[in-house]
Design a protein around this ligand. Structure first.
Ligand code: SF4
Length: 337
């Protein structure tokens, strides 16, 4: 069994995991809050190393990443476990379980995943996603370093609830991050996700400062995080701390897992979309079938440069350098024809 990184040995064969802000102290034979990092005879081990629950070539827009190689595919992999326990978890069958209770895991090595990614046409790399990739940190790192050596891109879809030291290491081999900013109150984070807001905000700032590519997603749940004033504060924080050009996805919630509040109505999303557009250059709507909030408009001349319909992406207004074909303003930093 693979030994984990980021932990300290304590008395009585206990260990303390220091990968995420939970800082779990784990007794021999037990696992941490994420259910997949366990104490095996006084050593912290990563139980889900190479145990894959999902493996698909997805459009990169599905992560969601709208400004990182638009129109390309990405090999997306996940395992089991999560360091958060969101009551609305959209992937709870794999995220809220462990290797002993999920019978559909497939064993794959980093090399096998990289080879599969290299073989597929239109594929730009590997996305670590589906469950929280932080909790398979060592497998993600081994795969990402191999992928990087082979010219592939690495993408992490994460809740951002990570300690500063492992995050500093992550930004050296992950090219793009899709981070969920679930709400802008600590109360929401504590009661609904069993975590805290501040470490997530710090992670977002660290990723931005590192120069790695970043997009942010906010899932809007009626009555819990749809307050317009609070949402405006969240958007202003993004503008002031991460920049006006940060991509924000406002996503529609549907009842899932332990939460039975009814789905977010479209009018709420449309009014939050208007608020975000006052402060940010690139705002999108997700999980909606209306077609609104899908296309990219040049922030300088206002012309439509990328048209999206479902997961079909037409980059007809973008030149080879990622600029607007009408006024030459740079719109997409990472682009391949
Ligand atoms: S990664 Fe898992 S074991 Fe480690 S501190 Fe976080 S929840 Fe606890």
């Amino acid at each position: 069994m693979m030994e984990a990184q980021y932990y300290t040995k304590l008395d009585d064969n206990k260990v303390q995991c220091t990968l995420c802000p939970h800082d779990c102290v784990i007794k021999e034979g037990r696992s941490g809050i994420c259910k997949v990092r366990a104490n095996d005879k006084g050593r912290l081990i990563t139980e889900n190393y190479g145990k894959i629950s999902g493996y698909h070539f997805d459009p990169i827009e599905k992560k969601p990443l709208y400004h990182f190689y638009p129109g390309k595919d990405i090999l997306s992999i996940g395992s089991v476990g999560c360091n958060l326990h969101c009551q609305f978890c959209q992937n709870h069958e794999i995220a809220q379980t462990d290797v002993h209770n999920y019978p559909y895991l497939k064993e794959l090595s980093p090399g096998e995943i990289v080879n599969a990614a290299l073989r597929q046409e239109n594929n730009i790399g590997i996305a670590y996603t589906y469950n929280e990739p932080l909790v398979f940190y060592e497998f993600m790192k081994d795969t990402a370093l191999n992928a990087k050596q082979n010219g592939l891109k690495n993408v992490m879809v994460t809740n951002g609830f990570i300690k500063p030291e492992p995050l500093k290491s992550l930004v050296s081999f992950i090219d793009a991050f899709s981070v969920d900013l679930k709400a802008f109150t600590d109360d929401f984070y504590r009661k609904i996700t069993s975590s805290n807001l501040n470490p997530v905000l710090e992670s977002l700032k660290t990723i931005k400062k590192s120069g790695r590519f970043l997009e942010v997603t906010n899932l809007v749940i009626p009555t819990l995080n749809d307050d317009k004033k609070k949402f405006e504060e969240l958007v202003l924080w993004i503008r002031n701390e991460l920049g006006k050009d940060t991509v924000l996805h406002i996503s529609r919630y549907h009842p899932m897992y332990k939460m039975n509040i009814k789905s977010t109505d479209q009018d709420t999303l449309f009014s939050l979309f208007e608020i975000a557009n006052k402060y940010l250059d690139f705002v999108y709507l997700g999980n909606l079938h209306s077609g609104k909030g899908q296309n990219t408009y040049c922030p300088n001349c206002g012309k439509m440069v990328i048209e999206r319909s479902g997961y079909s992406t037409e980059t007809k207004g973008i030149d080879k350098a990622g600029g607007c074909i009408y006024c030459k303003t740079k719109v997409i930093e990472h682009y391949l024809v």
